[in-house]
Design a protein around this ligand. Sequence first.
Ligand code: C2E
Ligand code: MG
Ligand code: MG
Length: 709
Amino acid sequence: MSSDANTTAAVRLLIVEDGPRYLESTRLLLAPHIRKITTAMTGAQALAQLAQSDYDLILLDLRLPDSSGHELLAHLREQYPDTRVIVMSGDSRVDTVIHCIRLGAYDYLRKPCEPEELIKTVRNAAHKVQLERDNRRMLQQIDQSEQWHRLLINTSPDVIYTLDDNGHFTFLNESISRVLGYRPEDLVGHSYEALVPRDELDNARYHLNERRTGDRSTRNVELRLNRKENPGKNGGEATVTVEVSATGMYRALADGTGAFIGTYGVARDISARKQAEATVTFQAYHDLLTGLPNRTLFNDRLGQAITQARRQKQALAVLFLDMDRFKVVNDTHGHLVGDGLLQYMAQRLRGSLREGDTLARIGGDEFTLLLPNIHTRHNATLIAEKIIASLKQPFHIDGHEIYSGMSIGIALFPDDGETREILIKHADLAMYHAKDHGRNDFRFFTHDLQHSLTGRLAVENDMRHALTRGEFEMYYQPQVGIRSQRICGMEALIRWHHPERGLVAPNDFIPIAEECGLIAPISEWVLDAACKQAKSWRATRLEAISLGVNLSARQIEHPHFVDKFIQSLKDNGIDGQGIEIEITESTLMRDMDGAIEKLRRLADQGVEISIDDFGTGYSSLSYLRKLPVHTLKIDRSFIHDLVAPSNGSTIVAGITAMAKGLRLNVVAEGVETSAQLDYLKSIGCDSYQGYLFSRPVTARDATGLLQAH
Ligand code: C2E
Ligand code: MG
Ligand code: MG
């Protein structure tokens, strides 16, 4: 097959000719050039073929047995306007030819025609058909691809725009209505400035209205654009943040330069991403419960404030605030109330501050406060006082009325430290000093404090290891019958042999153990040690004495306190007889009903109960009737006051008389002089404890004392 058969491969030809030999020879002549040839010998046959399939070309003999060629030609024109008809006729007169052309014939061949002419004419027509067809397809394709591009552009999530050389919109895709609420036609013809907030105009001039091209042109630059409708306060932002990429467009000029014709740009709505970023940033720098800055943000602000204070030769203050007894609230009312308290607390604290101050929550119940531009110590004092005064009113949470205080430590830059770490550490130290001195108070850092034991973090850390390293030891202090002058009991008092600090007294670590939860394992250890000691003394027939064990409030609040206690007795193979637990009034008051029920269960085991530091707590004595109390231990502050006569003595005498009335045993604590002892004897006090007879001593020395008596 020849090459043009390939180019005209799809052309379909119908030959209509009544002479069979002529028909066949025509077909054979054309076959190498046209692949799809069909034949018909009458007009009717031709119409039947046409009805069946489409033809591009018809080679039509004008003289057919069943119809006039002209009529057929006219009919074809009308019915099949796209089909080209080449007429063949023996009649070659000019008017016949013209008539045929008028009727729509494409070409005319005189019969009998030269083979070359036939082939050439048909081939030309076929080529034309093919060209037209290609052309049509191309137009179709162009149309389709334009539709496709339009679709791509309009369904693009990004705003796509073009500006003319004056910065007026010439095109915007439909995304503009989703992103900003405008229809493209609202903006076309208007300047880009219509979309730009005033404070972004300078930025927009270079980026939205970009003139540069290539690497220097705008890539992913953030801009804010106005929404059409300002959604107002509750409807979100009035602007949308977009990321713009744009480039200048130039038309090539004959001299090789280019003329600026406008800008093409893409703007992507990144407000959702911005918001997510903002949330993440907020969460990274804030405490989610209270919304206050967290430790990271506080440190950052403190760092900045220090730099500024140094430059301007000013002072600043760091306050470390720790809520008093927060754990108790949490344990008694539950975490929801605890969380509520923290939130209200944050609110109330904020109320005492100025605008430039930073209040942060850096831990469970710990806050830090940065006061920049403090002129004198007095300024910091005022704020601390204001905070403490604001906590006089209770918090109302979930139907509970809760009082909560703050212990506050203050460190000043530059006097107390010049770095963030030191300032915070020193404020923390000062805070512990405040806690030690009765809580709900504030203290300034002093350099003496640094050496004191109040560095709570250090204590807490060391205490965690103290149990495993066996650094605790029980000391025992005798209680002596005033009349008999014999030892009637021993009080177990814990000591901590700190590897660096030496012997540490319980007041310096028990409160911290209570706060950080280490009190539980320490109490278990104390109880176990005391039980072992009691057993050993019983075994050596020193059983007549009672052994007093101090209980911490947190220990009693523990739900399994009684079971653990009884278990400890069992483990050591002793009963409760002769064990006396010492509990302070304030401990009892924290949960009277709970305490009564627990202490009764212990009393059932033969354990005796004594009220420690009596007289320092509540003056209500009604609880004494409700409890199985055995002994009152009069606080040593009253005994101490006995030196200065009169007023103190009446209190001790009063307590002793009342105890007698209630048939309670009385122990006077902290007896240091024989004058005190004489007075106690005179008012009928049963027994005493104090340095006068013996300081607390090791188990070995205590055993020696017992044996000597
Ligand atoms: P407390 O139960 O009132 O213990 C009496 C405290 O007075 C002891 O202090 C004792 O050494 C001291 N003392 C005794 N005689 C005199 C005296 O004549 N003059 C003076 N100035 N002080 C005297 P210590 O051992 O430092 O204990 C302090 C507090 O720590 C105890 O007060 C008790 O509440 C608590 N504590 C001691 N051991 C334990 C324990 O194992 N567990 C618990 N939870 N608390 C304990
Ligand atoms: Mg005691
Ligand atoms: Mg006491």
